[in-house]
Design a protein around this ligand. Structure first.
Ligand code: ALG
Ligand code: ZN
Ligand code: ZN
Length: 313
């Protein structure tokens, strides 16, 4: 059996020391190949409200030091069944969104070329557009499971077409997403108008609203997600503001009435049955976080996604 290089042993090197990589895993240049690459994208020039998600990658990595090798609910050792490595941060231009999008595209393309599934930690939600472009090139139109309080299918802000509120409209217009296999989960809060919802439907998304969790719970949501995406190549885009501000205060556009971290983690565990080809976790803004509450939620979500990606016997 292949031996994969896992995290630094916490019984020898204390968790608060050691490498600053995600889950204290090896850097990508320390391994011959990677099946999953954790990629940081410190970019937040697309935000409409509170800035600060550019510090998300470092914060999520710092909040991931307590992750252990065995995942009991999924019953897998995610770092022993596949090579997971930290690919570091993509350098992107904070003063030029178009150039940043190009840099993200190129940076992620390199990792995919290396044969790895990307698990990208942002950064604001703008970064989903170049990520979906790369995923589309590798897999064709992709089923997107988008966790968010927000639709992110708005058209423009101040005339700007590429922002954190618009990635899924652009992706749909460019034919990147499978319009019969995509949905938003956890949507809530005020909108600009009723048309936001009708536009969104035309762009190819179904909506599971946060309020629907009261009646059907996370299990009902998982059933709907599975029925919608089936065995299509599936990409998970996780905006941490899908969680209630009580569970994720450290974010830029918080909305009351969101999911609990437990509900989110349960849904992600069920994704072991999906054909996951990549994921992102975005909108973690540490300046508004306390005691790593948001960072830990994001790190644990990443751990469940990596576990769900692990090959099963
Ligand atoms: N992608 C996130 N987190 N937020 C989008 C909010 C867009 C707005 O200000 O209406
Ligand atoms: Zn959001
Ligand atoms: Zn978003």
């Amino acid at each position: 059996m292949t031996e994969f290089q896992g995290p630094v042993d916490a019984t020898r090197i204390p968790r608060y020391g050691g490498p600053p990589t995600f889950a204290r895993l090896p850097r990508i240049d320390e391994v011959a190949r990677a099946d999953v690459a954790v990629i940081g994208v410190p970019f937040d020039s697309g935000v409409s409200y509170r800035p600060g998600a550019r510090f998300g990658p470092g914060h999520i990595r710092a909040s991931s030091k307590l992750l252990r090798p065995y995942n009991p609910v999924q019953d897998v050792e995610p770092f022993a069944l596949q090579q997971v490595a930290d690919a570091g941060d993509i350098a992107c231009n904070p003063f030029d969104i178009l150039e940043a999008v190009k840099q993200i595209d190129e940076g992620v393309r390199e990792v995919i070329g290396f044969g790895a599934k990307p698990l990208t930690i942002g950064g604001d939600h703008t970064i989903a557009l170049p990520l979906l472009r790369v995923m589309h090139e590798a897999h064709g139109p992709i089923a997107v499971v988008h966790f968010d309080a927000h639709l992110d299918t708005w058209d423009t802000y101040f005339g700007a077409p590429i922002t954190h509120g618009t990635p899924f409209r652009r992706a749909s217009e460019e034919g990147l997403i499978d319009q019969t296999g995509s949905l938003h989960v956890g949507i809530r809060g005020s909108l600009y108008s009723r048309e936001d919802l009708t536009d969104d439907q035309v762009l190819g998304f179904q909506v599971i609203g946060a309020h629907q969790f009261d009646d059907h719970g996370w299990r009902g949501a998982v059933e709907r997600i599975k029925a919608r995406v089936g065995d299509r190549p599936t990409y998970v885009s996780l905006d941490i503001d899908v969680l209630d501000p009580a569970f994720a205060p450290g974010t830029g556009t918080p909305e009351a009435g969101g999911l609990t971290s437990r509900e989110l983690l349960q849904m992600l565990r069920a994704f072991a049955e999906l054909n996951l080809v990549g994921a992102d976790i975005v909108e973690v803004a540490p300046a508004y976080d306390h005691a790593e509450v948001t960072g830990i939620a994001a790190a644990h979500a990443a751990y469940e996604l990596i576990s769900a990606m692990a090959p099963r016997g």
